[in-house]
Design a protein around this ligand. Sequence first.
Ligand code: NAD
Length: 699
Amino acid sequence: MTAEYTVQGAVAVITLNNPPINGLGWTTRVALTDGLARAMADEAINAIVITGAGRAFSGGADITEFGSPKALREPNLLSVILVLEASTKPVIAAVHTVCMGGGLEVALGCHYRIAAPGCKVALPEVKLGLVPGAGGTQRLPRALGVEPALNMIVSGEPVKSELLAMLPGQQLFQKISASPETLLAEALAIATEVADVRPLPLVRNLPCRHPQGDAYFGFARNMAKGMAKNFPAPAKCVNMVEVATKTRFDAGMTQERETFLNLMWTPEHRALRHLFLAERAASKVPDVPVDTSQRAILSVAIIGAGTMGGGIAMNFLNAGLPVKILEAKPEALERGVATIRKNYVAQLKKGKLKQDKLDQRMALLSTTLSYDDLKETDLVIEAVFEDMGVKQAVFQELDRVMKPGAILASNTSTLDLNQIAAFTQRPQDVVGLHFFSPANVMKLLEVVRGDQTAKDVLATVMTLAKKIKKTAVVSGVCDGFIGNRMIEQYGRQAGFLLDEGCTPAQVDKAVEKFGFAMGPFRMSDLAGNDIGWAIRKRRSLEKPQMKYSKTADLLCERGRFGQKTGAGWYDYVPGKRDAVPNAEVVAMIESHRAALGIAPRKISDEEIMQRLVFSLINEAARILEEGIANKASDIDVVYIFGYGFPVHRGGPMAYANEIGLFNVLQAMNRFAKNPLDDAAFWQPAPLLTKLAAEGGVFA
Ligand code: NAD
C-alpha cells in the first residue's frame, strides 16, 4: 500500500508510504482518498491526521506521470484536495523533512497544519517550467502572505518550516513541533483539541491582498522575465499570484489550471522534465546493479597541483575528506596550496564561506613529495601533464605503493585510459575521472570506464560523485570521451564558417542567440586556443585526410592563445572577461579566405546555428551507436552541465528529437552539397539515418 491507515483513539492516521519521497502518483492518491473515505465512514473517528513515512511528508507529484494522461486520472491531485476540503471531520497535515510541490498543496487543502522543525517546504514546479497546478498559487499567498509566497513560487527554492512559521500573520503552520520525533503526538493532540470545531477553517477562505498591487506585481514580473528569459513559467507564476489577490478563489483555480496545462505542452517544460529525469538516470549504469558492493573512500590523494589538481582537491576538502597532494617539486606544491587558499579566501570575502569552515578545509589538506606517503590512501587521482610518458611514470609508481583495493584514477582529457590502466598490474582498479575546468565549480564529471574497470570501482565513484556534488556520466574509452569528442566536430565546423564568410563575433552571436552560454570562439579563448592547436597537430599525423580550417592555427602562430594571453579571437582587458573584437584578427581571416580563393558569402544566423548544433548531434549519434554513451540522455547531461548547452533546449539529443531527426538529416544533406564545406564531415551517423527513416527518436 502506498498509504497506511491506522487508528489512534478517535483519530485516523493516514501515513503516505511511497518511498523514497512519498510521491503522489495515482496509487498513492487512491490510497489517500480511500483512507479519507474510510475515516469518514467510521463513526468512532472524529479527526484525521495525514503524515508521511520515512524521509518525507511528500516530495510532490510523480514526475514520470507528467505529460501523460496518468497525471489527470481520477482521483487527480485537484480532486484529492477537494475531498480534503469537503471533509466534515477536521484533517491535520503533520509535515516533516520534505513537503514540496503537490505535497505542500495537499497540506494546504487540510484544515490545520503542523510542521516538524527543519522541514523543507517548497513549490518547485517552476524548476520544471510549470506553475503549481493544484492550488499552490492560490492557497500559498493566502496562507503565508503574498510576498513570501511569490518568492517561493517564482524561485522554487525550499524554505525551512520554522522560518516560515516566524512570518507575521502567517497561517501556513499553526504549530512547529518540539522535534521531528514528537510531531505525530503533537498532531494527535491538535486533532483531539479541534475535533468539535465548526465551521472548519479552509485556506481558500482567507483574504489575499497586496497594498501596492499593480506596482509590486509589475516589478516582480520584470524581475522574473529578466532572470529567466528563455522560460515562460516564472512570469506566469507572478501572474498567478496576482490573480490570487484580485480574483475569487474558484476563478483563480480555473486560471491556474489553464496556465499549468498550457505550460505542460511547452518545449521548455519538456526540456526541463527531460533533464530532471536524465540527471537521475545518469547515475544508473545499466550493468552495475544498485546493490553492487562499494569500496570505502575515506582519504584521497591527488598527483599534480596544477590547474586541475588544485580544483579537484577542493571538491574533496569541501566534502570533508582529507586530501594529500603530491608534486615533483616543493615550489609546485607551495604554488598549488597557495592557489587553493586564495580560492577559499575569495569565497570568504564574498561571504560564501565562514572562517571556521575555511580553517577546517585547509586543515584537511596535506602535501608530500614522496609516493610512499600515499600507501594508505583509498583513492588517488592523477592530474599531471597530458603526456603518456608522464602518466606512465606516475601509474607505475602508484602501482608500486598503493594498497590493494585502492582506486587509481586519471583526469586525462584525451589519452587512452586502457593504455594507462595497462601500466599497472591492476587495471580493474583504474578509472577515468574527467573533471572540467574550473574543477571546483563545474558540475560535470565524466567517469571513464576502461575495458577492465571493475563494477565496484564504478559504483564507488558514482556514489562519490554525489558526495562531492557532481553530476557524473559514464563514458567509454575514445578520444575526447563524450564531451570533447563532440566539441572537436563543432570546432571544425566553426572554422569552416570563418573560411566561408563569417567573423568570430557573428558565429558567437548566432550560437548565443540560440541560447548557448558562449559561442565557440569565446569558449575557445576561455579554454586556451593552444589546446585545440595541439590536438590538430596530433590529428594531422593520425588522420591526415581530416579537413580543418587553418585559421585557428594562424591565430595560434601569432601567440593569441585566448584570455590567458590577453588576446585570442578577441582582445581582453586584464581583470575583465569582455570579448572585444579585433580588426587584425578579422583581417587575418579575410586574407586567408582570399588566399583560398573564396568569395565571402553572407551566412544566416539560422544556418550558423544549424551547422554547429547538427555537428554535435551527428557525432553524438556515433557516440551512442558505438556504446561510448549508455543512453542519449547521458549525452544531454554532459552538454548541459559541461558545455553550456541551452537548458531550455534539453541538450543536443533532446533538441534533435524535438525538431525531428528527419529534418536534421535533410539539413545535413544540404550542407554536404556545399563545396566549401566538407562532404565527409556531413556523412550521417548510421544510427541517425536509421532513426530518421523510421521516424524514431534518440533514446
Ligand atoms: P597543469 O600543467 O596546470 O598541471 C599539471 C601539474 O602536474 C603541474 O603542477 C606539474 O608540476 C605536475 N606534474 C607534472 N608531472 C608530474 C609528476 N611526474 N609528478 C607529480 N606532479 C607532476 O595541467 P592541468 O591543466 O591541471 O592538467 C592536468 C591534467 O588534467 C591533464 O591530463 C589534462 O589533460 C587534464 N585536464 C585538463 C583540463 C583543463 O581544462 N586544464 C580539463 C580536464 C582535464
